[in-house]
Design a binder for this molecule. Structure first.
Ligand SMILES: Nc1nc2c(c(=O)[nH]1)N[C@H]1C(S)=C(S)[C@@H](COP(=O)(O)OP(=O)(O)OC[C@H]3O[C@@H](n4cnc5c(=O)[nH]c(N)nc54)[C@H](O)[C@@H]3O)O[C@H]1N2
Ligand SMILES: Nc1nc2c(c(=O)[nH]1)N[C@H]1C(S)=C(S)[C@@H](COP(=O)(O)OP(=O)(O)OC[C@H]3O[C@@H](n4cnc5c(=O)[nH]c(N)nc54)[C@H](O)[C@@H]3O)O[C@H]1N2
Ligand SMILES: [Mo]
Length: 760
């Protein structure tokens, strides 16, 4: 019998010897397995595990706030560590209330539905009176806030995408904004067991579908055939889409019948489009000056989309930008004018490619989910406003139409995320990080966030515990059996929180008298009931656990997104105030915000290539192809993709020549916010004026102030402001930089070193 395990990169077969995992192999049930996870057993990863509870020396000796990130750690026994953490939680609670505890703890953590770090920490903190949470995600904040006002919640839009087989049969023209990146489709939260995206694109191309990729980078689409690349300036898609809409309207190519039946507010948007409102007609010529795409091509593309069955796919990266809401709203409006929403193979998808799940043919039902309980603390922050919160307690902010204030945080507790990976302007985060009195981090590895904590508690990996792997609309549910002893003294997040709950009189509330296996059984049974309602029969727990895997059989028929809504909008209304697609939203207009008015508009981003300033290059920091974010960065697969040990930065040959830079050399990427060293990759796959530095190289600040970060982490350069006052979302893709040769001695990368340990 094969032992299977699941991860965010897919399912793998575990080779066992004498009861321990010795090797990982691709899962035979997966047509296109990802290489990322094959390296989970690598000694390079084992070396950087957190093995014992560790306390920063200055904190242990006198609760000193200074010293985070450069002081040594003292390792202590578990009992003492749990006493310290529970004592600290109790102290902060008594002195300042639970609203002084930040437990938002954003992050992807690992696959496995029970040992899901976010669920565990939120459940625990709720059992002791609550915590300040976060709202939305780094991935999708602008869209998550906007889309329910105008179309539907993002989760609904993602899980109801028209399925690939329909696209293969009916789509004649597929236009992607930001590609359908195969590198991204490797991933799916919880376990993509059947990687299907590259093959689906190939089948579409073979069936005769034509592809147009509108993106600053060419290589985010691969159909196995020729396709057209329209190299747009970053952050200007809204202008291009408005230019296309202008053509549709002025040539009478828009579907007035669809607009009348299925949308609301087109008439209120029209004066902006024609220029009757502001004196600026949003013509293709107007758009060309902004987005750099020839007006003639903008016009012809609009006609082509109107003249055939066309699908518009919009990558999430477009809304991870200043005024990022506008690209999504514009794309929805263009699709509405084309009138193909609800027709087989036509309309809009948000999006094909960011993860494996979109367009999947498999049934949808709730997987095993640990209940998180009730949070007594009402305070929250939009997820990417963490530095603002820590730096400005009591300061006001607006979010989705309401005015709020930042809470005053004394204790930060993180489990399952890496803010020194995910947050923008890391030099600013370093200043904000000095504010809390105590920072507790539960981690598997000595990540930069662990190194910047006061108390680090060692956590098991998925291979070291029993769990259930499941991702929405995937083909298999996997019994993730423990195949390895925990590294050092690592414990499950559940066991750690149970230990704390026992000390704080909340053990019964937290565990409900169950151990981990007891919970797996209960959560599985709940999911089995949900599956049955969706027409899927899962075996009983014991046979599932014994078989090691359950196939999700009983697939629904091929589906067309919003087919029923299109057929009868009154009977199948959307969850918007009007029940229709809102091209004009009374609700959003009522918020009275110029940076996100009641209909889609072009607003200049804070930084972009159309602005005259001192930094001439637009830096994209996309998702890395050899990792998930910062996870497994020390693995041989991730390091093999680096140049002189650093993250590659891609640059157009013209830009490299203008600066006298050569492929493979170490360069300094810089702006006013910071600088890092990266390895130069010269390629015509990026538009001139654009550079790409993928995320995830572990943050490696130089101890000498003013010297560049050493590993190529783009977040020392990115801008830390909200997308707009509507969503306050992450805008990592709005960032100008310059690049020069690095002529000094190249410093060693220390990101994967262990911290210093001292005796007490
Ligand atoms: N510049 C720029 N920045 C970005 C983005 C961008 O496009 N550009 N993208 C953003 C996006 S979309 C996202 S989603 C974020 C991702 O940001 P994160 O989700 O914070 O990144 P990860 O590297 O996945 O961090 C997860 C951490 O959890 C730890 N972990 C894994 N399993 C467990 C467990 O069982 N228990 C515990 N306690 N810990 C565990 C891992 O070791 C890892 O350190 O980054 C954002 N940052
Ligand atoms: N291998 C791998 N896969 C992942 C992840 C990972 O870390 N590693 N992370 C996962 C997560 S958490 C998320 S949220 C998704 C994110 O999914 P996305 O946000 O869609 O992914 P990105 O890779 O940031 O960007 C996709 C493409 O958009 C292009 N692009 C950037 N800016 C613009 C623009 O202004 N206009 C246009 N037209 N194109 C633009 C980029 O060049 C890039 O090729 O990916 C998921 N998949
Ligand atoms: Mo994300």
């Amino acid at each position: 019998m094969t032992v299977l395990t699941s991860s965010h990169w897919g399912v793998y077969e575990v080779e066992m010897a004498a009861g321990e995992a010795v090797a990982l192999h691709p899962f035979k049930g997966d047509p296109d397995p990802s290489p990322i996870g094959l390296h989970m057993l690598a000694p390079e990863l084992d070396r950087v595990r957190v093995r014992r509870p560790a306390i920063r020396k200055g904190w242990l000796e006198g609760r000193a706030r200074t010293g985070r990130g450069h002081e040594p750690f003292v390792e202590i026994p578990w009992d003492e560590a749990l006493d310290l953490v529970s004592g600290e939680l109790a102290r902060v609670k008594a002195a300042h209330g639970n609203q002084a505890i930040f437990g938002g703890s954003y992050g992807w953590a690992s696959a496995g539905r029970f040992h899901h770090a976010q669920s565990q920490i939120h459940r625990f903190l709720n059992c002791i009176g609550g915590y300040v949470r976060h709202q939305d995600s780094y991935s999708l904040a602008a869209a998550r806030v906007l889309m329910p006002h105008i179309m539907a919640p993002m989760d609904e839009l993602m899980s109801s995408l028209t399925t690939w087989d329909v696209l293969e049969r009916d789509t004649k023209l597929f236009v992607s904004l930001g590609g359908v990146p195969a590198k991204n489709a490797q991933v799916g939260a919880g376990g993509p067991s059947e990687h299907r995206v590259p093959a689906a694109l190939r089948r579409m191309a073979e069936a005769g579908c034509r592809f147009v990729n509108i993106s600053p980078t060419r290589d985010d689409l691969d159909t196995g055939a020729e396709f057209e690349w329209i190299a747009i300036r970053p952050n200007t898609d809204t202008a291009l889409l408005l230019g296309m809409m202008h053509v549709l309207h002025s040539e009478g190519l828009h579907d007035q019948g669809f607009l009348d039946r299925c949308t609301t507010g087109f008439a209120k948007f029209l004066p902006y489009l024609t220029g009757a409102e502001d004196g600026v007609a949003k013509t293709p010529e107007w758009a060309e000056a902004i987005c750099g795409v020839p007006a003639a091509r903008i016009a012809s593309l609009a006609r082509e989309m109107a003249g055939t069955r066309s699908m518009l796919s919009i990558a999430w990266s477009l809304q991870r930008a200043h005024h990022g809401e506008q690209s999504f709203w514009s794309a929805v409006t263009l699709a509405a004018m084309l009138g193909q929403i609800g027709l087989p193979g036509g309309g809009i998808g948000v999006a094909y490619g960011p993860t494996n799940g979109g367009g999947s043919p498999h049934a949808r039902f709730a997987g095993p989910t640990l209940p998180q309980g009730q949070n007594q603390v009402p305070d929250f922050i939009p997820v990417a406003r963490i530095s603002d919160m820590l730096l400005n307690p009591g300061a006001p902010f607006v979010y989705n139409g309401t005015a709020r204030t930042y809470p005053d945080i004394k204790l930060v507790y993180w489990a399952g995320g890496n803010p020194f990976h995910h947050h923008q302007d890391l030099n600013r985060l370093l200043r904000a990080w000095e504010k809390p009195e105590t920072i507790v981090v539960q981690e598997q590895f000595w990540t930069p966030t662990a190194k910047h904590a006061d108390i680090v508690l060692p956590v098991t990996t998925t291979l070291e515990r029993d769990d259930i792997g499941y991702a929405t609309r995937e083909k298999f549910m996997v019994a993730m059996k423990q195949v390895k002893r925990p590294a050092g003294e690592a414990r499950d997040d559940f066991a750690i929180f149970r230990g704390l709950a026992e000390r704080m009189g909340a053990a019964e509330a937290f565990t409900e008298g169950r151990d981990a296996m007891g919970w797996l059984r209960v959560l599985y049974e709940q999911s089995r009931i949900a599956a049955r309602r969706a027409g899927v029969t899962l075996p009983e727990f014991d046979s599932f656990w014994q078989q090691g895997v359950a196939e999700i059989a009983g697939n629904p028929p091929a589906a067309v997104m919003y087919e029923a809504f299109r057929a009868d909008p009154a009977k199948h209304p959307l969850k918007t105030p009007s029940g229709k697609i809102e091209i004009f939203s009374e609700k959003v207009a009522g918020f009275g915000q110029d940076d996100c008015p009641g209909y889609p508009v072009w607003r200049e981003p804070a930084e972009w290539l159309g602005a005259v300033g001192k930094y001439p290059l637009h830096m994209l920091s996309d998702q890395p192809d050899r990792r998930l974010h910062s996870q497994l960065d020390p693995s041989p697969w991730s390091t093999a993709g680096k140049i002189q040990g650093r993250q590659p930065v891609s640059m157009h040959p013209d830009d490299a020549a203008a600066r006298g830079l050569t492929d493979g050399s170490v360069v300094r990427v810089f702006n006013d916010r910071g600088a890092c060293l990266a390895g130069l990759r010269v390629t015509a796959d990026v538009r001139p004026g654009v550079v790409r530095l993928s995320t995830g190289a572990w943050f490696d600040p130089d101890p000498v102030p003013g010297r560049p970060e050493r590993h190529g982490n783009p977040n020392v350069l990115t801008l830390d402001i909200g997308a707009s006052s509507l969503s306050q979302g992450c805008i990592a893709q709005t960032c100008l930089v310059d690049i020069e040769a690095w002529r000094e001695e190249v410093p060693r990368v220390t990101a994967h070193d262990l911290p210093l340990f001292v005796e007490r």
